[in-house]
Ligand binder design. Structure first.
Ligand code: NI
Length: 149
């Protein structure tokens, strides 16, 4: 048995305690164990079973932030095999909402989304993966899914 201490902001800790109470957990450790198991298992299943996916990836960024708009665009050009289309909404004077429509190998989509999400200034990112098991063999032969050229 390993023990470790987790530091949370007061706000996150309060939210977590509410979440625990709503689900009837007896203590924080059990809740954390379940969260970890669920996340790890989901990732494992995704990687093993869903080779190909279609996906949407949404995020918000401030286009005034230094070079950020260029970096966001550059990431997409580097992954042009994955990015089918994109939609950009100017939310206000500062913030932009962008949604990308992706198609390709699940692991490549995940890696691309994680890279964009990690870009400084990219906020509220969310990836919605939809596995396409049946069409996998067809897609495997399709030019869109060849390695990046
Ligand atoms: Ni904009």
């Amino acid at each position: 048995m390993e023990r470790f201490t987790i530091s949370l902001s007061d706000e996150l800790a309060a939210d977590f305690d509410q979440w625990i109470e709503a689900r009837g957990y007896s203590n924080r450790s059990e809740a954390i164990r379940d969260l970890l198991r669920r996340e790890i298992e989901a990732k494992r299943l995704d990687q093993e079973q869903t080779l190909y996916s279609v996906a949407t990836f949404s995020f918000i960024y401030n286009h005034h932030e230094r070079n950020l708009a260029e970096r966001v665009t550059s990431h997409q050009h580097q992954a042009h095999d994955l990015v089918v289309s994109s939609m950009h909404v100017h939310l206000d004077h500062n913030d932009c909402l962008e949604t990308l429509f992706l198609r390709g190998m699940t692991q490549q989509i995940r890696a691309f989304a994680e890279k964009l999400a990690a870009e400084t200034g990219v906020r509220h990112s969310a990836l919605n993966l939809i596995p396409v098991k049946i069409a996998g063999l067809h897609y495997a032969q399709h030019a869109h899914f060849h390695p990046h050229s």
